[in-house]
Design a protein around this ligand. Sequence first.
Ligand SMILES: NC(=O)c1ccc[n+]([C@@H]2O[C@H](COP(=O)([O-])OP(=O)(O)OC[C@H]3O[C@@H](n4cnc5c(N)ncnc54)[C@H](OP(=O)(O)O)[C@@H]3O)[C@@H](O)[C@H]2O)c1
Length: 308
Amino acid sequence: MLGYWTFFPAEAPWGRIPVMGYAEVVASTHDAVREGERLFGFYPMATHLVVTPARIERGLFEDGAEHRQATALAYRQYLRAAVDPQYRSDDEDGLLLLRGLFLTSFLVDDFLGDQGYFGAERLLVSSASSKTAIALAFQASRRTGLEVVGLTSPRNVGFVEGLGCFSRVVPYEAIGALAAAPTTVFVDHAGSRAVVAAVHERCAAGLRHSAVVGATHWEGRRPSRTMPGPAPTFFFAPMQMEKRQAEWGAGGFQDRLGAAWHSFREFTRGWLAIRRDTGPEAVARVYQDVLEGRSAPHVGHILSLGDA
Ligand SMILES: NC(=O)c1ccc[n+]([C@@H]2O[C@H](COP(=O)([O-])OP(=O)(O)OC[C@H]3O[C@@H](n4cnc5c(N)ncnc54)[C@H](OP(=O)(O)O)[C@@H]3O)[C@@H](O)[C@H]2O)c1
């Protein structure tokens, strides 16, 4: 849906999965990009990537390769660690795991806040044990008068309750028992037909907005288009980011994001276990575990093909 397969094209029927990572410039023929620079951005699962620096600024540049021009700007930018206000050499793992998803959730909460949360008294968040949902709950829990309710699988209820950033946690099976009356905004990370339909049916009368962010329940059937309440709308993070950068300036945006990021990162230190693995077999194994939902929600994986 977001064109991820086009980042690093491969010959059909193959595809290269993009990952977020750090890389070091090992050779450069461009005056403004120095050997030894450390860069954060999207990479292929590979040892090397050749980029064509374009739109070069002090803090970042973009890959000007033609095949990447169709994607959102944020997907082809490389941030220079040396001048990145969020960068800390002793917390690259935390940044790799959480930075991208925190940015999304910061923007989701910011977008909803911009709309006065559509007048809602309650925020429902599905796949509440996912890191993206936790980041949203963390941001939204700072809003006064908003109940933040997490929806999750029965096996993850205890973990989500223990986080302390949700007002309440409800297993998917009990969605039908939620209070129907409160005005509600729903942010979906699960992408499951059963979950989305249950929320729309239960909350229809007071459902003010239904946003789609993810699809962790990727094996199930996709949500139907005919449900009570407002049609689910895909939240496209780069659009809200461009709006805020225009309103606050690039620096103003980074300052606000940076302050929020630091408190979220501190919060995650209380529950997040970072696990490192190296080598192609480990990459394949962990990838399959995450895909099949076998990875525990408190674990974050950092993988490398070799000793970087
Ligand atoms: N649109 C954007 O800009 C954007 C940005 C970041 C992330 N996302 C999306 O948001 C979602 C969450 O990402 P994340 O990195 O935060 O995920 P994560 O931490 O890896 O999420 C793990 C959780 O997902 C659910 N899950 C995982 N595999 C499953 C499976 N095979 N079957 C059923 N449930 C499964 C479980 O949650 P429950 O038991 O609680 O359901 C599990 O605890 C993803 O779909 C991701 O692509 C979108």
